[in-house]
Write a protein that binds this ligand. Structure first.
Ligand code: DX5
Ligand code: ZN
Length: 239
């Protein structure tokens, strides 16, 4: 008898570290359910939902109704990114729609601690995010209270923009801040993430990778887009 076939699990030690969060902003909205199911089957870890109000950002996108419809077609955690003014008005609606993580912008929350506590009281994980030009100092006091920090690597409002290169150093500085102050917090990045830029952000400390264009517009389909990002991230961590 030959030797037992060995089950090979490439990079299994680091697989769990990286989460891929496809942003449905780049999906075909006429076939949204189908595309979310395809992302789940293709190995997505979260479904990222971009909520925009036409005030805080120049675009208008999704409300609780569509988020609730997404909830019906997937069991994955729904990662809801609120790019809206006075987000506290809509926390309950998105919690009821099935959000697993609710992320608010520090620029929209004068009472950030209260808003974060409200999210937790709703049974949802709180995240905070900041625009590219907003200083990491705005996070110092809130870090121990959140589960995730999202570093915007483009100016929020649209999919398909180019990664802002100086954000790599920002992610690295945040990673040091988190290690010293709140090691449970995960770093997420959002905007212009593809198989090239993913290497720099992962090396800097990002572990949750939002990608719209690189997943939903991948030439070989959604699963191939997710696999390519995961491979690039895993290779970076294995070096
Ligand atoms: C931008 C959104 C992103 C966007 C990412 O305001 O928050 O989630 O959809 O899209 P890509 O990956 O195409 O930059
Ligand atoms: Zn987003």
């Amino acid at each position: 008898m030959g030797a037992e076939p060995r089950v090979r699990l490439p990079y299994c030690g680091v697989t769990a570290l990286i989460k891929i969060a496809p942003s449905i902003l780049s999906a075909d909205f006429a076939r949204l359910g189908e595309m979310v199911r395809e992302a789940e089957a293709g190995g997505a870890d979260y479904i990222h939902v971009d909520v925009m109000d036409g005030h805080f950002v120049p675009n208008i996108t999704i409300g609780p109704l569509v988020a609730g419809a997404v909830r019906q077609v997937t069991t994955l955690p729904m990662d809801v990114h609120l790019m809206i003014e006075a987000p506290e008005r809509y926390l309950e609606a998105f919690a009821r729609a099935g959000a697993s993580i609710l992320t608010v912008h520090v620029e929209t929350c004068p009472h950030l601690h209260r808003t974060v506590e409200q999210i937790r009281e709703l049974g949802v994980k709180p995240g905070v995010t900041l625009n590219p030009a907003t200083s990491l100092d705005t996070l110092f006091e809130i870090l121990p209270y959140v589960d995730q920090v999202l570093v915007m690597t483009v100016n929020p409002g649209f999919g398909g923009q180019s990664y802002i290169p100086t954000m790599t150093a920002k992610v690295a500085r945040l990673a040091s801040m988190i290690a010293a102050r709140a090691p449970h917090v995960e770093i997420e990045v959002d905007g212009g993430i593809d198989t090239d830029t993913v290497r720099a952000v992962v090396r800097a400390g990002a572990r949750v990778l939002v990608a719209g264009t690189a997943v939903f517009h991948h030439a070989e389909g959604i699963a191939a887009g997710i696999a390519a990002l995961r491979l690039a991230a895993q290779q970076t961590l294995s070096i």
